[in-house]
Design a protein around this ligand. Structure first.
Ligand SMILES: Nc1ncnc2c1ncn2[C@@H]1O[C@H](COP(=O)(O)OP(=O)(O)OP(=O)(O)O)[C@@H](O)[C@H]1O
Ligand SMILES: [Mg+2]
Length: 360
């Protein structure tokens, strides 16, 4: 393995034991390597398993691409910010931005780039247009995608078509939770941790209305998950709730325990995280870096008052002023800090960000 492979490989989220998906992986891998699909969008509902599938695909294929595989969470960022993030990730010059990035991508050789959590069609179209020439194969994951020039692959919950149970510990909950792997993963973790039995959880979910028809407030508003978060929330201690609140309001990608403690003004964050991890309420996209799944985040944010954006700003800007070597790891917080400075029109805050960006 070359050092280039190692560098990009580490940027992929950790592998999860994959249930089902044999067929999808084989179909998508051959479509992407045969060269007739250069832009692929995995499209499906919240928590249906798009990001996990994209990660498995990238892991399976990365050695087939001389330039390796890169992972970038795109969300709703504008295309200039996305270009900056990609340039930082690839170590490309940011002045001139587009030419520098194109040159870096050409030099790296054919590359697989996953743009996870796509939300903004207009900005994505701009990004893919300005980077149309370098030899990149793109995989997007999206709840919906109204982009031409992109092959759409619908993603449904694993094993739903064969009506098999992907999570044996909570077999009895498969249909109540409508095969949703995010919901089944949390339910299964609760049962494994002996917080509740599958039968008791099923009764609770039915009483709470898991089968009721109602209008979703948002694509993140997935009833099966919201109810499980509700079940857990009632049983969590105050410090656990506080850390969840910090993660639910976090404008960047992921935080470490020290950041959670500082922003959440909580002590012993690492211990407090233990139960949240066991119950699979938090994810660990990189070792010792924590985040909430978007659907869990929505459920928590609906329950608790938001943590002010200024607190994240102060913590991360100060951290990066002192530790500029953490620039790449914490980049999403820096871009979020820039958004915050602009939103409140604070010249002083904008200048601090500017200084960091020009030095980074
Ligand atoms: N094939 C699978 N095998 C095992 N677990 C899975 C699988 N697919 C998904 N999961 C579980 O479900 C969770 C949600 O999956 P994932 O994050 O891929 O959903 P998503 O479709 O990307 O959701 P969103 O639209 O909110 O980004 C994962 O964190 C993982 O725990
Ligand atoms: Mg996803």
């Amino acid at each position: 393995m070359t050092s280039r492979h190692r560098l990009f490989g580490e940027a992929l989220p950790p592998a999860v034991p994959l249930k089902g998906r044999r067929q999808e992986l084989a179909t998508l891998a051959s479509a992407l390597t045969a060269g007739h699909v250069r832009r692929l969008a995995l499209v499906g509902g919240g928590g249906s398993g798009k990001s996990v599938l994209a990660a498995a695909l990238a892991r399976k294929l990365r050695r087939r691409f001389a330039g390796g595989a890169v992972w970038l969470r795109v969300g709703n960022w504008d295309h200039r910010t996305l270009l900056q993030m990609l340039a930082l990730r690839l170590g490309a010059t940011r002045d001139p931005l587009i030419a520098g990035l194109c040159a870096r991508l050409r030099a790296a050789g054919p590359m697989l780039v996953v743009l996870d959590n796509h939300e903004n069609d207009r900005e994505m179209a701009r990004l893919l247009e300005v980077l149309a020439d370098p030899p990149v194969t793109w995989i997007l994951t999206a709840r919906r995608c109204l982009l031409s020039g992109v092959s759409i692959f619908p993603v449904v919950a694993p094993l739903i078509q064969s009506r098999q149970d992907a999570f044996p510990e909570v077999r009895g909950l498969t249909s109540s939770l409508r095969w949703n792997p995010l919901a089944l993963g949390i339910a299964s973790a609760l049962v494994r941790a002996r917080a509740v039995t599958a039968a008791a959880l099923k009764t609770w979910l039915e009483r709470a209305g898991v089968d009721r028809v109602r209008v979703m407030a948002h694509e993140d508003d997935v009833t099966e998950v919201r109810l499980l978060v509700d079940w857990a929330w009632r049983r969590l201690a105050i410090p656990e709730r506080r850390l969840l609140a910090v993660l639910a309001s976090c404008p960047g990608d992921h935080m470490d325990a020290a950041a959670l403690a500082a922003v959440g003004r909580a002590r012993h964050a690492a211990e407090v995280l233990q139960r949240l991890r066991r119950w699979e309420l938090v994810q660990e996209p990189l070792p010792d870096r924590f985040a909430l799944h978007a659907v869990v985040r929505y459920a928590v944010a609906d329950t608790v008052a938001p943590v002010p954006a200024a607190r994240y700003f102060e913590y991360y800007v100060r951290l990066l002023e002192r530790n500029p070597e953490r620039f790449v790891l914490e980049q999403s917080h820096l871009f979020a800090a820039m958004d915050h400075a602009q939103a409140i029109s604070s010249l002083e805050k904008m200048l601090r960000i500017e200084a960091l960006l020009s030095g980074g």
